[in-house]
Design a protein. Structure first.
Length: 160
């Protein structure tokens, strides 16, 4: 049992270095795991993008330089209460969902010429997917906008 304790054979340096290598391999695998699991749209990353790129003008709860985003999905564009929109956006007939948000964020001017957001802040499709995933998660629930299918403008109540 005690045999060999305190004694090292000359080749042990090789064995030790292999042990270290195995250790590093395990460590690397542990560190990489969270990266691998975030291949799909990443709402957490989207939240950071939102804060960094949109937060100067927008928040979920309150109007600022840009309209609040409360209840965004299913809102008719340009209808958050109390925000002074451009005529172009108010009259656009857009309803916000994955596709319309993707087009808007890719290039607001192309989608709605004459709008007053006019900044192209997410030309990367991955950034847009992550932003939209975050917006979807953060804006569900009641809104302060006109919903698609509500009073007046076309859009029969296709969804409930
Ligand atoms: C420089 C200020 C500014 C920044 C930065 C900005 N926006 Fe806007 N945003 C606006 C303004 C102003 C409007 C209203 C446009 C209009 O009335 O034509 C708007 C409108 C919108 C709308 C339509 C909302 C509605 O009620 O119909 C969405 C969605 C939106 N922005 C998302 C974003 C996202 C996501 C980002 C970040 C990638 C962003 N915006 C960055 C100023 C900004």
């Amino acid at each position: 049992m005690a045999a060999g304790s305190g004694r090292h054979r000359p080749y042990n340096i090789l064995e030790a270095s292999m042990r270290i290598h195995r250790g590093i391999g395990l460590l690397t695998a542990t560190l990489l795991l969270p990266l691998v699991s975030s291949a799909a749209a990443d709402a957490k990353r989207g939240e950071k993008l939102y804060t960094g790129r949109c937060g100067a003008c927008h928040s979920i709860a309150d109007n600022g330089a840009g309209p609040r985003h409360r209840g965004l999905f299913g809102c008719k564009a340009g209808t958050q209460a109390g925000f002074n929109y451009s005529d172009a956006l108010r009259k656009s007939g857009i309803v916000w969902d994955d596709q319309t948000l993707d087009r808007w964020l890719a290039d607001p001017n192309k989608m709605v010429p004459g709008n007053s957001m006019a900044v192209q802040l997410a030309s990367d499709p991955t950034d847009r997917a992550d932003l939209i995933a975050w917006l979807r998660a953060a804006t569900t629930g009641e809104g302060s906008c006109q919903r698609a299918g509500s009073a007046g403008q076309g859009q029969s109540a296709a969804h409930r």
